[in-house]
Design a protein around this ligand. Structure first.
Ligand code: FAD
Length: 306
């Protein structure tokens, strides 16, 4: 992980910084990455993305909750998204984080909450994907995913794997045997070199290895990156290996490389935009700044503009 990225993530953990940004953040530029604070606003954004030929996955922001009450509220919010999607007729599925559903409080409680969401996804003939969080939570996340996979089937639940982790190659092999739908990402958290590749070159090489493995296993793969080199490599790989278009999609974040998202959709590729909304946008927002400190300049410009 680069020094600047580590510095941004450390600074973001500072209480004073967090208070300041939370207070002024939407004005400072969080709205570039977050589709509003309410579900109604998010659905309007989905409509507009759908009109541009883009699919969506909606994420009600929030993570690391500390009380059962908050976790139950987050569970209900995820369930409500499926109803709002059905009522509005938009083309979207849902992404969730297990720490938002009580993973740090109690494993069984979190499993129950996630099960309610997964059953709702099935009942709605839709799909929920469990995001992957930092390395101490990977094992529990995979365990909960596997338990629910048996209950709702791979058409209704999917998982995320991070290419910066050494363990991911063996996880993709294992999950490939179950034929599951995976989103491959590079990984967004501050991880020690004991568990994650410190060099970006290795993370990128592993990314391609994991995508190739999963596609060759005949499993649905969401290639979630803004990295043009990897996107171009994927296009060549699927062509050379005759991978059908219904076995993969590209995914990018709302507010990042919008032009590239639309260009890929125009070329006929399936593109899904990860679209977060809600009041608890601070940790999500700071990870986006850490990925590209140039985004901080954009915030500073907004500061002086006023
Ligand atoms: P990078 O090599 O970091 O970036 C490549 C290029 O993309 C950069 O040069 C820049 O031009 C552009 N870019 C990248 N990030 C930004 C940004 N924030 N702002 C502006 N330009 C940018 N991580 C997890 O750990 N768990 C998850 O569950 C998870 N889900 C994700 C879902 C989706 C749909 C996406 C796209 C990412 C997700 N991530 C997740 C984040 C991911 O791990 C990376 O941190 C993030 O995607 C940046 O890496 P990159 O692949 O785009 O490549």
């Amino acid at each position: 992980m680069s020094l600047s990225r580590r510095a941004v993530l450390t600074l973001a953990g500072n209480r004073l910084v967090s208070r300041f940004v939370t207070r002024y953040g939407m004005r400072l530029g969080a709205s570039r990455f977050v589709a509003g604070e309410t579900l109604g606003q998010a659905i309007e954004t989905v409509k507009s993305l759908n009109r541009d030929g883009l699919l969506v996955t909606l994420d009600h922001l929030g993570e690391s909750v500390t009380t059962r009450e908050e976790a139950l509220e987050a569970t209900q919010s995820a369930i409500d998204i499926f109803d709002a999607i059905a009522e509005s007729g938009v083309d979207s599925n849902v992404s969730v984080k297990l720490t938002q559903l009580g993973l740090d409080i109690d494993y069984e409680f979190c499993l129950e909450n996630m099960e309610r969401i997964a059953l709702k996804a099935k009942e709605s003939e839709n799909f929920v994907r469990i995001d992957m969080e930092d390395s101490p939570r990977v094992k529990a996340t995979i365990d909960i995913f596997k338990t629910l996979l048996k209950k709702v089937g791979k058409e209704h639940i999917g998982l995320v794997i991070q290419s910066y982790l050494y363990r991911s190659e063996s996880d993709v092999k294992d999950l490939g045997e179950l034929g599951v739908n995976l989103r491959i990402v590079k990984g967004a958290y501050k991880e020690p070199k004991e568990v994650a590749y410190p060099d970006k070159g290795d993370v990128d090489e592993n990314y391609k290895r994991l995508v190739a493995m999963h596609l060759k296993n005949g499993c649905y793969t969401a290639v979630a990156t803004h990295d043009e080199k990897i996107i171009e490599w994927t296009k060549s790989f699927v062509k050379e290996n005759h991978i059908p278009k219904d076995l993969y999609e590209f995914q990018m974040l709302y507010g990042v490389r919008g032009g590239l998202q639309r260009q890929l959709a125009e070329e006929g590729y399936k593109v899904r935009v990860y679209t977060p909304y809600g009041k608890d946008w601070y940790p999500y927002f700071t990870r986006r700044i850490a990925e590209r400190p140039a985004n901080a300049l954009f915030i500073l410009k907004n500061l002086v503009r006023d």
